[in-house]
Design a protein. Sequence first.
Length: 344
Amino acid sequence: MNPAIITLLLLSLGLGTIITMTSSHWLLAWAGLEMNTLAIIPIISKQHHPRATEAATKYFLAQATASALILLSSSTNAWKTGQWDISQLSTPEATVMLTFALAMKLGLAPMHFWVPEVLQGSTLTTAMIISTWQKLAPTSLLLLTINNLNSTTLITLGLLSTLLGGWLGLNQTQTRKIMAFSSIAHMGWLFTALSINPNISLITLIIYLLLTTTMFSMLMSTASKTLLDLGTTPSLTPTLLATSMLTLMSLGGIPPLTGFMPKWLILTELAPALPTISCLLALSTLPSLFFYLRMSQMTTLALPPKTTLMKHKWRFKTHMSYATPTIILSALLLPITPLMVNIN
């Protein structure tokens, strides 16, 4: 793709998100979401491959349906209250429609079917953008309307997403699909946090973005698209893949690492009021932890088949300089949990 065109698309992508995050009128927020969607579609389909075209089509259909629901909910609210202000969303039917629309944009269950297919049909870089940057605009709308959202709906969608995100990722061998189901599960934790405390949901979002960016950086630096690729790269990048195990364990929520922080805060707040839901949420992390452990086993514990004696290997040498700081942050932020909670 022409550098000028890709620069224009990326600028439009960033501008659409910023417009949505800073708007107070529903039509302006909808326009920002549409600009965001129309900018990412050519980026997804730039490979000129049928799988990329299919992914772009599925992404467009899902996002267009969600945007239509957002327009319908805001119009219904304006019809009954006379207000187009985002913070004045008060009618129950408009609130429920908006919740499901934003859940579809974020890829929560049961509207999650587009996420693994779109990520699998995209490049690793595009998949990282969809899994990280594209979550900001819908989440900002959720935070702006948090006082009017139905907590029962949020908890139900969150619990269903964490359960399905873990179970559906068990049989996957493609790293992009594994990261897709990881995203679905983490968005479930985000919705659960929204029903409790907006400050905890903001911490959950920040840590999810940090961990996902780190994991995609490792996958891009090693060009690993399948678990088999992960098993053949340790001989070339032993240090990077050894430290990436920390990121995988942090994604799974192992206690000494950063990823344990949001789960700890959410369960601490939720357990006194809803112990059964808290227990199910805690158990839902076990399937996710299984496929994170499987990826760790492929990268650090399994021996590569046999190091070739050829001078020129089929895989390029990689550089881990840009991935090292994010790996450190994704593993060692747990001690500053009290500071993050107090700041937010």
